[in-house]
Design a binder for this molecule. Structure first.
Ligand SMILES: Nc1ncnc2c1ncn2[C@@H]1O[C@H](COP(=O)(O)OP(=O)(O)O)[C@@H](O)[C@H]1O
Ligand SMILES: [Mg+2]
Length: 322
């Protein structure tokens, strides 16, 4: 029998892909091998050379995204699901979190500050003026503003009053922005979640410069609290169907609030995450990919959220956990 082939599709990162390829090949024996994906122009016949592709870069390269969608439809397993990743956004995912009984900050979606290309005032005849007082009363202060299709701290603002809010909003061009209650946290965690079941909880201090954010020797966690974080992290990745993700929680009054949990190509660079986290990520990702490439699984368009959301509920009633 020929070996199953795992391909890695990646961009500028240097440490993680090579370490992962080596880790897969050390474990793959006669049955699985890994290498960088080779891509040229794509023929429209649905023929691909890999059984599984790990995608680290298609959010930056639309050509790769189409390649991956076609590969998925042709029977290649893709981590993470390029079809759902193309549809996903952070505001929608907060609804998924609520249905999965994970606490999230109060959040609102804002109309574009500037007209998107090819639109003008007449394009927006469905819109009513926003009642800002009502919005601010719902969120309280301070507020975080961030794009619904965002990542990497780009266009993220923390604002403390209406003046700061509008000064930030004025800079957001035609982005689709969310405004979110700021969680004034006592603790903050970032978790790797792999294969929707393997969780590494890392104490994280987002207020430090990048290279100091992963807290060295954090105090031990209370077992019940650790189990809660673990449960919530898995529930989010199950709901969204992501096999490689990071989930961040800000803890206020002992409650973990999910802040950022749509990171389908999470940072795994040795120089930022540190040796221990890096080694855990490489080993566990290698094991997960070998499991996945051997699994018989039908094409999945999304995670489990359609079964978790109560789409049969009265539309006038808010979402509650199933
Ligand atoms: N609601 C919030 N409460 C507290 N801190 C927040 C909140 N939203 C964002 N932050 C802070 O801002 C950082 C960047 O926001 P995040 O949602 O992670 O955006 P990105 O996807 O761009 O990383 C987070 O790591 C966190 O430190
Ligand atoms: Mg983030």
């Amino acid at each position: 029998m020929s070996k199953k082939r795992i391909g890695l599709l990646f961009g500028m990162e240097d440490t993680f892909p090579w370490a992962l390829i080596n880790a897969i090949n050390e474990r793959g024996g006669d049955s699985v091998e890994a290498s960088p994906v080779e891509i040229s122009w794509l023929k429209d016949d649905g023929v691909f050379a890999y059984d599984l592709v790990l995608d680290r870069i298609s959010h930056e390269v639309p050509f790769y995204r189409t390649w991956l969608k076609c590969a998925a439809a042709s029977g290649v397993k893709i981590v993470n699901n390029p079809i759902w990743w193309s549809a996903d956004d952070k505001f929608f995912d907060n609804l998924v979190a609520k249905a999965a009984n994970v606490a999230v900050p109060r959040t609102a979606l804002l109309p574009h500050k500037q007209y998107p290309p090819n639109t003008e005032a007449k394009s927006f005849r469905n819109m009513k003026w926003v009642n800002w007082d009502e919005l601010f009363a719902y969120l309280g202060w301070p507020v975080f503003m961030k794009p619904a299709y965002g990542g990497g701290w780009k266009d993220v603002y923390k604002v403390h009053n209406p003046d700061e809010f509008f000064a930030a909003y004025d800079q957001t061009r035609d982005l689709t922005m969310m405004a979110q209650e700021a969680i004034e946290f006592e603790l903050y965690y970032r978790c790797y979640v792999l294969g929707r079941k393997r969780v590494r909880i890392m104490a994280y201090d987002p207020k430090q410069p990048f290279h100091l954010r992963y807290v060295k020797n954090p105090p031990p966690m209370d077992p019940a609290f650790e189990a809660k974080i673990h449960r919530d992290a898995v529930a989010l990745c199950e709901g969204l169907g992501y096999d490689m993700n990071t989930v961040e929680f800000a803890v206020r009054g002992g409650i973990p609030y999910a802040i950022d949990f749509m990171n389908c190509a999470p940072d795994a660079d040795l120089n930022s995450v540190g040796r221990e986290n890096f080694d855990w990520m490489v080993t566990n990702m290698a094991e997960v990919l070998i499991e996945l490439v051997n699994e018989k699984k039908k094409l999945e368009l999304t995670g489990s959220w359609p079964a978790v959301m109560r789409t049969e509920k009265d539309i006038r009633e808010p979402i509650v956990p199933r």
